[in-house]
Design a protein around this ligand. Sequence first.
Ligand SMILES: Cc1ncc(C[n+]2csc(CCOP(=O)(O)OP(=O)(O)O)c2C)c(N)n1
Length: 667
Amino acid sequence: MEFTAPNAQTLTFDRRNHSDETLLKLYESLIMPRRIEEKMLILLRQGRISKWFSGWGQEAISIGAVNALAADEFILPMHRNLGVFTGRNMPLERLFAQFQGKKSGFTKGRDRSFHFGSIEHHIVGMISHLGPQLAIADGIGLADKLSGEKKVTLVFSGDGASSEGDFHEGLNVAAVWKLPVIFVVEHNGYGLSTPSEEQFAFNYFTEKGPGYGMEAVRVQGNNVLEVYDTILRLAKDIRENPRPILVEAITFRMRGHEEASGTKYVPKNLMEEWAQLDPVENYEAYLESIGVLDAATKEKLNKKVKKAINEALEVAFAEEEITPNLEEELADVYAPFSQKVIEPEGSSTEKRFIDAISDGLRQSMEKYPNLILMGQDIGEYGGVFKITDGFKTKFGGDRVRNTPLCESAIIGAGLGLSIKGFKAMVEMQFADFVSVGFNQIVNNLAKIHYRWGQNADVVIRMPTGAGSAAGPFHSQSNEAWFFHTPGLKIVYPSNPHDAKGLLNAALEDSNPYLYFEHKMLYRSISGSVPDSYYTVEVGKAALAKEGSQVSIITYGMGVHWAVKAIEELGISADILDLRTLLPWDQEAVAETVKKTGKVIFLHEDTLTGGIGAEICAWISEHCFRWLDAPVMREGSMDTPVPFAPKLEKQFLPTERFKKKLKELVGY
Ligand SMILES: Cc1ncc(C[n+]2csc(CCOP(=O)(O)OP(=O)(O)O)c2C)c(N)n1
């Protein structure tokens, strides 16, 4: 379909039974983003601001929506929804400070334009990646549903962004879980410059909704009363009867994607046709035609709005540029959390690694009634490794949730839950599959606290590792993918005691965690595990063996390989089990290096760019004076994990490690 303007040259408004006051309130709300835009375009020409994403021509959608919802219902806007922010009465001087990268903005200068949220205003802003927003709305909707709050959440998407897989996942989860979420697609005919017919092969999004088992409604997005009435009606209905509804708002973007990119690619006639349908001018004319807006009121309201804008701009411009503060930048990467280690009490039982994980998870579920478990087949089936066996019966299907096959949406929903004060644990069926949830972890969970102070109380469990001839996609070690991302914490236990204690610790902390659990340890090792609830200190390594000739620094399966190797070779070694990879224990590393003067790092992950590379570089820089030999490391071969057992054995580092260890001891 070629995107065309509706045939009518004017918009048809219907005031229904709205009072004059309501109509005027909507008018005042509608002119605010337009008057801000006019001002921004002048400032841009004057070189006083650097970038502007215009929503000119689309204002009626944001304004209709924001006015139709209750002030404590969440809205998740995109880059053309200035009206959502102004409609929630954000202080304009803070909004402008945000646009200018000033300290008093919502991100302390750390993120730009509309990339922020404010819990106070019940707004969760976007990240650049567009699609991930939808799943966060699912999580917020789920939280409302679980706590029996009769609320609706509204999330925006562009028509271009609907091609992202996240759009599909977000809608599908909402439909399957009957979440009270309104998905508003602003169908404005173009992505950045790509017209709709090159973006998708259907005509209207109302055709898509039913495919998801979801009602879908189309509105003329330039008609503020139509948007307002539609959202008002749907929201009322959804609050009583929770379910998602897709609203397609037909509209047009009258300016470039951002100001510098222009609109040359848009046929002139389209611009002209849509100009006739300007949402602000048409509504204004309507109010005048029915005698609700007279010249004096129009002038008064416009003056009031302009005055507020000008005064706020003055405040924002007067604010000095940010003075960078190193400590503050680092401190804000994580939500404040100071762990008080809980010591075990009473009896212990011999438990397998897998049972220790299950035990910890069960006790955390008992301790935190707001903890929600989500993962594929974790319900009745108990998960593919049976860690949640019996959990659904014990804790109920609301808290132990089988999910559709969609890692990204579920991790995003975990963040949405966290925004509403819940805790979430997401089980990856295999750590390998996290690649399709990667964006949510590294760009949403990891960055959100640094960006605008929201924590992400989400633990992702990662059944990891090779050794069972499961091939390249069920065997990977991928902790290094995340080690490089500020804002995450990573724990990786090697024994049943730590498996339980670290899982409890991760679930207690309000920051995002990756919890790696080696599949080959599940049923192959046992140990004494305290029966009571306890936590293990995060960021603290432990000596698995004490010796004198050499230090082996490792984690996870590496600990077991190292123990076996020193026994076989008759070597006396410190074996330092890192336990936490991020933040890792620099003190313990320095201490063992000082003690033995010889160090080798061992991990199952492939060698290049692995965690060993980072820690060995740190040792070289900070412990050089205590070293009696080169810092060494060994890991798996730099290939994918092969399937055939003999190839896999060769891939893994055990034999090469023994050789290197001997070499190091004899150095
Ligand atoms: C994942 C991703 N790919 C590409 C972009 C670059 N980009 C930003 S906005 C945009 C177009 C979005 O179109 P649409 O969703 O229709 O929203 P509109 O801008 O028309 O409101 C593109 C391609 C991005 N931000 N994120």
